[in-house]
Design a binder for this molecule. Structure first.
Ligand code: GLU
Length: 518
């Protein structure tokens, strides 16, 4: 193990859209591989053809690309020394059958011919006898049709007649199975709790249990990182490695904690209703017709999504929360992955995006906002695209209170269209003869300015208010409402500066005309 090159694989089954838990598994594997200058492989585990979903593989590849979690070997990312990387294609290499035959030859696996009706009947029998976990095991196999209970001749006859069969692992009775998990430490399970897992079917297609072990051995995988749901089958996997005589080739295991619902009550579901997506990209499930919204399409930055995911179950041991991919690679270790489930926090997820939004330059934000703005303005008569510096100015002002670029239009609409209505509460409270007169003199005062910067506008605003015996604070919000229609928004005088002198004066004059003095 000492000298083994660090090689981790992400091995999803293309049975649906890759949800964020899957992306986290890929991320942790990627971080560890990169930290140790190792390899990161994408292997597609498509042995269960009945669960194969069209488009899932492409979806997985596109999601990883969007997140910047790029394998250096594997499906969609270029072949390495262990191609092919799709298990359905690897089957043709004959490797799965070879390993299964080896297990049969050494007496650690056997053929089973039971039909699904016979298996059902067994289950019912065991349930009726109140057996807690009905399973095919060292006891029940004795009453079934397999190469342990049948004579050699009978087995041969069934085989030549082409009777469908499966190869099952012969799990010993009452044996202690111990293994070490990097996250959980030592795990001890009695073999009584492990069933005789199906390893291979008569068409030569392996199940996950055999296929991933063969591939992890053949691909020289050093660490197998996967979800907690695989922990119960790990003891069977330990036995397979042992029976193959490949214990020293076994990767170190790391079972990641579950991602829990925001209230901590159970596993996070892909139908979670927090309003935050569960999938990296939009996903349409062809079988059920369901649509799932993606982080990308919601307006999340991939860096924010990745940063948030890294914090779900891992912590750096410091108070630092914002990590670039490079920083994550540097800081990551399995020792700091928690054993217990990680609560998903929708608000925190948005907060991460906000942090990244604030870190973007105005030019970068303008680049992202421009197409959205074009889309809006093209439907509005008499509007033209504003200048680049104007768009950047809007981004600078609205970003503070936004989580997403796609909120900029709604929160900054008045930068592009003069208001048609005015916040009713503010008008009711603040609009009177005196304040209307103030707005009128303010427009006149602004006209006298040669340059119109925020400090100048603010200065003359105060002077004008005081000259009329009004405390500036009393009319500040009213001024805002005359400009934008809205009671809240970015820094007032910055907003005025960006709108520009002429536009500000025009809006004040319109307000005086439109808003009736009570
Ligand atoms: N194909 C398995 C899954 O999709 C992979 C588990 C593993 O990484 O071993 O969950």
């Amino acid at each position: 193990m000492e000298n083994k090159k660090v090689r981790l694989r992400f091995a999803p089954s293309p049975t649906g859209g890759l949800h964020m838990g899957g992306v986290r598994t890929a991320l942790f594997s990627y971080l560890f591989a990169k930290k140790h200058k190792g390899d990161f492989i994408l292997r597609i585990e498509d042995t269960d053809q009945t669960r194969y979903v069209k488009g899932a593989e492409e979806y997985i590849i596109e999601s990883l690309k969007w997140c910047g979690i790029e394998p250096n070997e594997g499906v969609g990312f270029g072949d390495g020394p262990h191609a092919p990387y799709r298990q359905s294609e690897r089957k043709e290499l004959g490797i799965y059958k070879k390993y299964a035959d080896q297990l049969i030859a050494s007496g650690h696996a056997y053929y089973a011919f039971d039909t699904s009706e016979e298996l059902d009947a067994m289950r019912k029998r065991l349930e009726a006898a109140k057996v807690a976990a009905p399973q095919y095991n060292s006891v029940t196999r004795q009453n079934m049709r397999n190469s342990i209970t049948l004579s050699e001749d009978e087995v041969k006859k069934l085989m030549t007649a082409g009777t469908p069969y499966v190869v099952r692992l012969k799990v010993p009775r009452n044996e202690e199975i111990r293994f070490h998990d990097i996250i959980r430490g030592w795990v001890v399970v009695n073999s009584t709790q492990v069933d005789d897992k199906v390893l291979l079917k008569s068409d030569g297609m392996p199940t996950y249990h055999l296929a991933h072990i063969v591939d992890d051995i053949e691909m020289e995988v050093s660490h197998a990182v996967r979800g907690e749901e695989w922990l119960p089958s790990a003891p069977a996997h330990i036995l397979i490695y042992r029976y193959l005589g490949c214990e020293e080739k076994m990767p170190l295991l790391a079972h990641l904690p579950l991602i829990l619902k925001p209230d901590g009550n159970g596993k996070l579901s892909k139908r979670d209703k927090s309003g935050i997506p569960m999938f990296p990209l939009n996903w349409h499930d062809e079988r059920t017709g369901e649509n799932y919204t993606g982080y990308r399409e919601t307006g999340f930055f991939p860096e924010a999504f990745v940063n948030m995911l890294a914090m779900l179950g891992w912590n750096p041991g410091t108070t630092q929360e914002i990590f670039s991919m490079e920083e994550l690679i540097e800081a990551f270790s399995f020792e700091r992955v928690n054993k217990s489930g990680a609560k998903f926090d929708p608000e925190k997820t948005k907060w991460f995006n906000q942090q990244y939004l604030r870190k973007k330059t105005d030019a970068e934000l303008a680049e992202m906002f421009r197409p959205l703005l074009e889309e809006q303005l093209k439907n509005i008569p008499n509007t033209a695209m504003p200048s680049q510096s104007y768009i950047e100015g809007v981004c600078r002002l609205v970003k503070e209170k936004s989580h997403f670029v796609n909120e900029f239009w709604a929160s900054g609409i008045y930068f592009f269209i003069a208001p048609k209505t005015y916040d009713a509460d503010v008008i009711k409270k603040r609009w009177n003869e005196q304040s209307a007169a103030f707005i009128k003199s303010l427009a006149a005062a602004f006209k006298t300015l040669n340059t119109f910067t925020a400090p100048e506008a603010e200065g003359i605003f105060k002077v004008t208010a005081e000259a009329q015996g009004i405390a500036p604070g009393q009319v500040m919000q009213l001024f805002r409402v005359c400009l934008s229609g809205a009671a809240g928004g970015p820094m007032l005088f910055e907003m005025a500066e960006l709108l520009g002198k002429d536009e500000v004066i025009k809006r004040l004059e319109t307000a005086i005309e439109v808003i009736k003095v009570p």
